[in-house]
Design a protein around this ligand. Sequence first.
Ligand code: GRF
Length: 189
Amino acid sequence: MKKIAVLASGSGSNAENLVKYFRKGDLARVSVILSNKKDAFALERAHRLGVPSLYFGRDDFYNSSKILETLKEQEIDCIVLAGFLWLVPDDIIEYFSERIVNIHPALLPKYGGKGMFGMKVHAAVVENGEHETGITIHYVNSNYDEGSIIFQAKTEVLPTDSPEMVAEKIHALEYEHFPRIVEKIVASL
Ligand code: GRF
């Protein structure tokens, strides 16, 4: 059974969806949820789901090898970023080469990069009068949202859509596709 670590900074609804999806099969489990925010709802979800969780601070992540060592000790096969807002340090990227994936709530390379996250993305999409938006699942490298693209899916943006309505459409796409794509990657490891 493969082991997945999910990193999340916020609500963690994708993290929860991944936990539930993999519990239905025997390929893999989300074996830990990590967060850089002490009060992230993702950690509460982990608790409710009975998944081990870990909070880490900036020093743990960038000025020590604590997180990499933890991931090694737990024999993690694949890291999934689901609404995780910090750049991943190089030592983790190197060790988990081609085994870290992120989901971005837009059609990269549009609406990506530093500061482009969550509702900011959807607000910009609406403001620019885009007719479509979507999700991008990609490998993670040391720049924000620049790793090679694995999968994209699109949804329509109506002139009457608010950023909140776009966010809802995006979440629906994420719940539908993210676990399936992660499953493919994990199956190929
Ligand atoms: C998702 O839209 C994801 O694409 C983005 O942040 C959001 C996280 O949502 N990177 P949640 O925390 O999984 O509910």
